[in-house]
Design a protein around this ligand. Sequence first.
Ligand SMILES: Cc1cc2nc3c(=O)[nH]c(=O)nc-3n(C[C@H](O)[C@H](O)[C@H](O)COP(=O)(O)O)c2cc1C
Length: 383
Amino acid sequence: MKQVVNIEDLRVLAQRRLPKIFFDYIDGGAFSETTAGRNRAGFSNWCLTQRVLKQKEMPDLSCYYLGSQHALPFMLGPVGFLGLYRGQGEVLAAQAAKAKGIPMCLSTFSIGSIGTLRKDVGGDLQFQLYMDRDKSFVEDLLQSAVDADIDVLYLTVDTSVTSVREKDVRNGFRAVTKVTPALAFSMMQRPAWCLDILRAGSPNVEAVADYPEFGKGALEQASNLSGRLDASLTWNDVKWLRSKWKKRLVVKGILSAEDAKIARDCGADAVVISNHGGRQLDFASSTISVLPSVREAVGPDFCVLIDGGFRRGSEIAIALALGASGVLLGRAYAFGLAAGGRAGVEKAIDILSVELSITLKLMGLSGVKELQSNGTDCISRLG
Ligand SMILES: Cc1cc2nc3c(=O)[nH]c(=O)nc-3n(C[C@H](O)[C@H](O)[C@H](O)COP(=O)(O)O)c2cc1C
């Protein structure tokens, strides 16, 4: 992947390799895609402070979040259907995360199950839960997570209704439950992708393979899973989950200081400031713009993670300076996976690590720890 110098290059390669229906699914946002754009634009409101002649060594990028020390201050967040972008996609992403010493959070909507990842890969695996209407099915998922020795569970709370991503509507994503002639034609435009997926065997959402009510094959299972999300989810369900899940619980999809405090009061160990990558509430704020108020509301010791639009190491530095405990990647590594499998995910991680390292060195910092403890001294608002 010599020609790749930044995350945008991985995006371009992903677009060339993936059938349009899958590229658009990854790339798209809700309705006018205003919030997806705001996530990216939000970083330019901040200036990092340049300091010179202070540090001899290159910075230490290791970082403590979610109860342990990690090689880097960012990790692979939950992205659905990785196994449709590359054969064995979840396994390849987990291998990359393990090789780079960072956690990976597996989505409920995955081709490879959490049990398979634990057995075939290992590493620092975490699990993301969508609350199904059927609580006994949720309890089965929790048991699979316990069996796979998962320490950190994320509950995603910003999808009480699935928003409209217009590209998906046009392409029929989630509406099609079988490969239609139009879909087959679109897939055949991407022969390398077709061969790779065929080689991996017909994709199934492994976690629901034993439940006939979800149907057969990834497309039908995905459509049924989405249709069963609990639209009546409230904070009482967070409390219910807290009572069932004894290990670390993270609430993902917080975009206000008030909700961050409620999550903490319901017993969450951490929150992820997230607007689902601009895929849910269109015209919501960028995630970076709400980070300072969330940090202030929950105090210095509570774990506050963030995602949304991170494509540069300098943007990760901005988040850490504004009080983030760590950053979750979404599309950045999904594009890498589609473009180059495990090597593509590792490339995405390397690109961001190098960019972050250069950024901290030019800020005169010894590492992530100093950036986080100096906090807002290292950053100012533009203008
Ligand atoms: C293709 C795709 C699938 C996603 N699937 C899930 C999911 O299954 N569960 C979840 O909690 N978030 C999911 N997300 C949201 C991501 O976890 C994350 O919040 C978002 O991608 C961050 O924005 P970014 O992609 O701009 O970095 C998905 C995002 C994308 C792009």
